[in-house]
Write a protein that binds this ligand. Structure first.
Ligand code: ATP
Ligand code: MG
Length: 252
């Protein structure tokens, strides 16, 4: 579909086209489309831009990833659909391992996501077929399958758009969890060590930039981050954006 560039929701509509395409290709599950819609609603409340709080959490995430011993990015259908190129770039500069981890795991979808990542330059993609031979304790087998050298033995894991149960199960394994979830009040955001409440399409390029800054020692040495405080401020921002909308109605 041709979307006019001056459409007020241009970016958002372009993403919908991508989602539609990935659903057709079998990369995204139908449920993944619903999750995308929930994300869009929260983006409205953020004014569709990266907040100061999100920027701080992205910087904290870059530091944590670069200081980890065995960092891993967990990739699901939505992530593979929206930011495949950025996932691969991040994996090369940190460096970190890429592992496919699906809520609705099928061999076919694993393979398709692997192929999409490889088409964007990924060399080694974990979590496909026999590679996912370990289990996250507390989850039934299909949802909990992970690879030994990847998520199972990782110390820091970045889990974009993750379900609350799985995020919590990983936390209970003693892992440090970084999440990208535009909903600051999801169970995932609430249980993570670093919760990035922003759209993944804006987060990934910013995270790559912050990793580069950290690597070239441009990040301030005394940078402090309090995740609970950050979530509270994000909720406050959404509240104040809503109040602005309300005010505009009265003054019209
Ligand atoms: P929880 O189980 O953690 O309470 P949930 O069940 O709502 O949350 P899921 O639907 O399983 O979570 O996961 C999808 C999450 O990802 C949603 O919170 C949704 O807002 C968020 N999300 C969807 N699209 C994006 C996106 N493009 N960028 C960032 N977050 C997104
Ligand atoms: Mg859930």
């Amino acid at each position: 579909m041709d979307i006019p560039k001056n459409h007020p929701r241009y970016e958002s509509l372009i993403l919908r086209e991508k989602v539609k395409e990935c659903l057709k290709q079998g990369i995204l599950s139908e449920v993944g489309v619903a999750a995308h819609g929930r994300g869009e609603a929260f983006d409205y409340l953020l004014g569709e831009k990266t907040s100061l709080e999100a920027k701080r959490s992205i910087k904290a995430a870059a530091i944590m990833l670069c200081e980890a011993k065995n960092p891993v990015i967990s990739v699901n259908g939505n992530t593979a659909c929206l930011v495949p190129k950025e996932v691969v770039e991040l994996s090369k500069i940190v460096p970190l391992k890429i592992e496919i981890n699906l809520f609705y795991r099928t061999k076919e979808r694993e393979e398709k996501i692997k192929e999409r990542l490889e088409n964007h330059g990924a060399l080694d993609v974990l979590g496909v077929g026999e590679s996912a031979s370990e289990n996250i304790p507390g989850l039934e087998s299909m949802r909990g399958r992970v690879s030994k050298e990847g998520i199972f033995s990782s110390d820091v894991i970045i889990v974009p758009l993750e379900d609350g149960d799985r995020a919590l199960a990983l936390k209970n394994m003693g892992k440090k969890i970084i999440t990208v979830d535009i909903n600051p009040i999801s169970r995932t955001s609430m249980c993570s060590d670093i919760s990035i409440a922003d759209n993944i399409v804006r987060v990934m390029p910013a995270l790559i930039e912050e990793v580069k800054k950290f690597k070239s020692r441009e990040t301030e040495k005394d940078f402090k981050f309090d995740n609970n405080e950050n979530i509270k401020k994000t909720i406050e921002l959404m509240r104040s954006n809503l109040l602005d909308y309300q005010k505009n109605i009265k003054e019209r």
